[in-house]
Design a protein around this ligand. Sequence first.
Ligand code: C2E
Ligand code: MG
Ligand code: MG
Ligand code: MG
Length: 280
Amino acid sequence: EAKDSGRGHHQFSTPGMADHAMASLQLQRELHTAIAENQFVLHYQPVVQMADGTLAGFEALVRWQHPRRGLLAPDEFIAFAETHGFISPIGRWVMREACRQLKAWHDTGLPQVPVAVNLSAFEFRQRDVAGEIAAVLAETGLQPQFLEVELTETVLMQQSEQVLQTLQAIKALGVGIAIDDFGTGYSSLSYLKRYPLDKLKIDRSFVLDTPDSSDDVAIVTAIIELGRSLKLRTVAEGVELPAQQALLTQLRCDLAQGYGIARPMDALQARAWLAQRQQS
Ligand code: C2E
Ligand code: MG
Ligand code: MG
Ligand code: MG
């Protein structure tokens, strides 16, 4: 019987694996086309000052305008792009487009706010990221203080000399550095003093069940305190409820981002948001 089920399992999984390989090949072909034909778009999510609600900047978030499947979120293609060699061209496009867009807004007299761009650990390893950022800033004319990069702890866990040098080079350009999804990386905290960081972004998973969960309130409180002690600005991600905003204000978290403040929006909507802010 064991033999039968073993064989049955084998027969069953073979077409499944073939399907998987086919799907993978198709996705690779489609990503290739997407890069060649520029099917990506950026959405922008506002980040606000906790104290007075004023706009502190935008985070640029990539989407794929897929010809058949519609607008795809990064969770549907970024990890695949990373492991199949597509992340560098996508990452380069995102960096250039975010800088170009912000500079265009600055040039039309809109409030001059910064933009944050996510970098994956893969990009960090494969490329001269600092050199590329310098080139994009020169090409687009965006001043470096209006750009920030967001890295996850995965990058910093590598503890390599190359990571340190790259971060120092980015910092030397005058570009800000934020740690994204802080607290989820299973890493030691020693990197916080080793690297030239500006911001901690408290992962959404810790904010989600506040203020009801006293454990989560304790974690969020500790991260904000840590940030304050290390002179890093703290950003709460995934703020959805007024009660969360009240708690974070009370804890003197510096900045907040989340659906309760504003959802990510396309460039036209983001521009309107900026223009509206200017009037009020
Ligand atoms: P992230 O950098 O942590 O970005 C925040 C994510 O949380 C965004 O999802 C945003 O839409 C979502 N979010 C913001 N506020 C709320 C909220 O109140 N509730 C909930 N449920 N979600 C909220 P998105 O745009 O789907 O991006 C997911 C992740 O994909 C990002 O997480 C980032 O790690 C990655 N990503 C996005 N754009 C890029 C990119 O250009 N390059 C790279 N390498 N990764 C990117
Ligand atoms: Mg981010
Ligand atoms: Mg995050
Ligand atoms: Mg995330």
